[in-house]
Design a protein around this ligand. Structure first.
Ligand SMILES: [Fe+2]
Ligand SMILES: [Fe+2]
Length: 355
């Protein structure tokens, strides 16, 4: 039994306002709402799920609505940003135009070598990136020997080598009122988190999740900081939707603060409940404090923390979002697990209806 995840299952973030989050992610970013339910641990609050292809693992973004939440921020033990994939640089520029016209402040596109990056934030302040699919991690190392040597980025990719004015001026020439097929966001491209101990964090992700180091480089916005990438990598190909990158803030005591605009947890894939059960034993054997299995209706979950504090989940691929709604109706009705159905009218009365 090898304990190697295929990549991310979902990312869960915190919203102060479900209607505003729905407008941003569904109307502006064009993601499909695949489930409208409540937080099973706090049924007075929405839990919204967005995803591609009916909620395929690796494309799923979820939001807890906590109207009274204070603003969170990134730091050690937290996620700095979440990147969503897009096919081409041309489509990325269309996103820049669409977002800018909607009043969203956008930075980039910046050439990161392995991909090009466009940055903005959601209405709660969650930092988002749209990253191109290519050219990939093999531009400066052989594809079958990724992550071996420290790669120092060339000067033109570092802040002093950039033409900021030209980058900010670059955009699509026409307004982009609709999300075209070519622009469609392709799920989780990577997640970038912050650690105060890169070696300890790397050992954890390798032993606990089976991720592999695929790039050792420097933060291209702050070349004093190391930036390492882990992913599901079999020695020849990097799985899509699997890259976790860590900024090395060695010795920093500036910790992430949970709250609105922050990532609550990151979930990785287990292929089955049987694999998850064995995985749980494996985690316990490593001395990791892992929760019992929780039934989330659409998948089963176990939770534990990375050594720097990041909350990590392993979620099963199945049974998926069609367990209580047909594929054509996903996200249409407020769905409750069986044990909350008796309280449906009270729960519905406490929630602001969503369009
Ligand atoms: Fe990024
Ligand atoms: Fe989760």
């Amino acid at each position: 039994m090898s304990f190697r995840t295929l990549g991310f299952h979902h990312i869960t973030m915190v919203s102060k306002d479900a209607p505003r989050t729905l407008a941003f992610y569904r109307e502006l970013l064009g993601l499909a709402l695949v489930k409208k339910t409540v937080n099973f641990d706090d049924p007075g609050a929405y839990h919204l799920y967005f995803g591609a292809d009916g909620g395929r693992p690796g494309t799923i973004l979820t939001f807890f609505e906590w109207p009274g939440a204070r603003r969170g921020h990134w730091g050690v033990g937290g996620v700095h940003h979440l990147a969503l994939g897009v096919a081409t640089p041309e489509a990325q520029l269309m996103w820049k135009r669409r977002l800018t016209d909607a009043g969203v402040h956008v930075t980039g596109p910046l050439d990161r070598g392995y991909f090009r990056s466009l940055y903005f934030a959601d209405p709660d302040g969650q930092v988002l990136e749209i990253a191109t699919a290519g050219p990939g991690y093999a531009i400066d190392e052989p594809a079958d020997a990724l992550g071996r040597e420290l790669v120092v980025p060339p000067r033109e990719r570092l802040p002093d080598g950039r033409d900021r004015t030209a980058i900010q001026a670059l955009t699509h020439p026409e307004p982009v009122p609709e999300v075209t097929e070519a622009m469609r966001l392709q799920g989780i491209h990577h997640v970038s988190a912050i650690t105060d101990d890169l070696g300890r964090a790397g050992a954890f992700y390798e032993e606990a999740l089976g991720l592999k180091l695929v790039k050792k480089t420097l933060n291209q916005d702050d070349a004093k900081t190391k930036h390492y990438f882990w992913a599901a990598y079999d020695g020849s190909e990097v799985e899509p939707h699997s890259a976790l990158t860590l900024f090395d803030w060695s010795g920093s005591t500036y910790r992430a603060r949970p709250g609105a605009g922050q990532t609550h947890h990151v979930a990785f894939r287990a292929e089955s409940a049987e694999q998850q059960a064995e995985w749980r034993e494996h985690l316990l054997s490593l001395g990791i404090a892992v929760s019992p299995v929780a039934d989330r209706t659409y998948f089963e979950s176990i939770y534990f923390r990375a050594p720097d504090g990041l909350l990590v989940e392993i979620a099963t691929d199945g049974p998926g979002f069609t367990v209580d709604e047909t594929a054509g109706r996903l996200g249409g009705d407020l769905k409750l697990p069986a044990w909350l159905e008796a309280r449906r009218s009270a729960i519905e009365g406490s929630l602001v209806p969503l369009p």
